[in-house]
Design a protein around this ligand. Structure first.
Ligand SMILES: Nc1ncnc2c1ncn2[C@@H]1O[C@H](COP(=O)(O)OP(=O)(O)OP(=O)(O)O)[C@@H](O)[C@H]1O
Ligand SMILES: [Mg+2]
Length: 241
């Protein structure tokens, strides 16, 4: 939940570079990434396996540190050849909803509390946080599993719960890494519908990494990563509702 005074909205990435390791074993995963996502926009990010898609999302999500470049959220520079934002935990908690390639749910909390946890930590009363969780679980068609433990769910159900969790705090930025890979066509499009609604209603900026042919036609704009660089192209922008 964004606090008053914290700038929100929009993503700008300029000249982003990421090298893993050093010396002979160094891997230059990102060479020169340039991207812009407006508030309220949902863009696709595609590229072959190993092209750096997850690396890019993890840099932007403040999970790993880039090697060089600049990243701006809203009108705040969060990274400029070094972190500008000092409290990276608060950045991750309050301003970024991350859907990981694997769901990583908390095994000892039920589905509802997995989704309600972050809003509760941000100070939302428990009942309101759980009500919001149930609303999201319903939108993702997994409300019938609200009281289950994560290990009792199918892979696709776990993924939908992890999407609900990323949306629960209404973050200004959502980063989703292959969110629809384990889902059937109808549910995959349901996820895209929800992300688009959220973007429209809350002016969220959304990046979706995907190779999923079911959802690629829904993007108006797509970035391809090739040789560590981004190339932008227009998508079909097929209507979802
Ligand atoms: N922690 C790490 N240490 C060293 N190299 C890494 C690390 N993580 C990723 N890499 C390398 O960086 C490159 C980009 O990896 P990344 O996971 O970002 O690719 P990706 O586009 O997400 O691939 P996929 O579609 O398979 O998920 C790959 O060559 C990968 O081997
Ligand atoms: Mg990946």
């Amino acid at each position: 939940m964004a606090e008053p005074g914290i700038p929100t909205g929009g993503i700008l990435i300029e000249g982003l570079r990421k090298v893993y390791g050093q010396g002979d074993t160094a891997v230059e995963a990102l060479k020169n990434i340039n991207m812009q996502v407006a508030p309220g926009e949902v863009v696709g990010l595609v590229g072959p396996s190993g092209s750096g898609k997850s690396t890019l999302l993890k840099c932007l999500g403040a999970i790993i540190e880039p090697t060089a470049g600049r990243m701006t959220l809203g009108n705040e520079v969060i990274y400029d050849n070094g972190w500008r934002v000092k409290d990276l935990r608060a950045l991750r908690r309050d301003r970024i909803g991350f859907v990981f390639q694997a769901p990583y749910l908390i095994p000892f909390l039920d589905v509802t509390d997995n989704v309600a946890l972050l809003p509760m930590l941000a100070g939302v009363p428990n009942a309101a946080a759980r009500a919001r969780a149930l609303e999201l679980l319903t939108a993702l068609d997994v409300q019938h599993r609200a009281k289950a433990q994560p290990n009792q769910l199918s892979g696709g159900e776990q993924q939908r719960v992890s999407i609900a969790r990323a949306l629960a705090n209404k973050p200004p930025v959502i980063l989703a890494d292959e969110p629809t890979a384990p889902l059937d066509s109808e549910r995959a499009l349901g996820v895209m519908r929800l992300l688009n609604q959220m973007a429209r209603q809350a002016q969220t900026a959304v990046i979706v990494v995907t190779h999923d042919e079911k959802i690629i036609p829904t993007f108006k704009r797509i970035y391809h990563i090739r040789d560590g660089q981004t190339v932008e192209e227009a998508g079909e922008g097929r209507a979802l509702d």
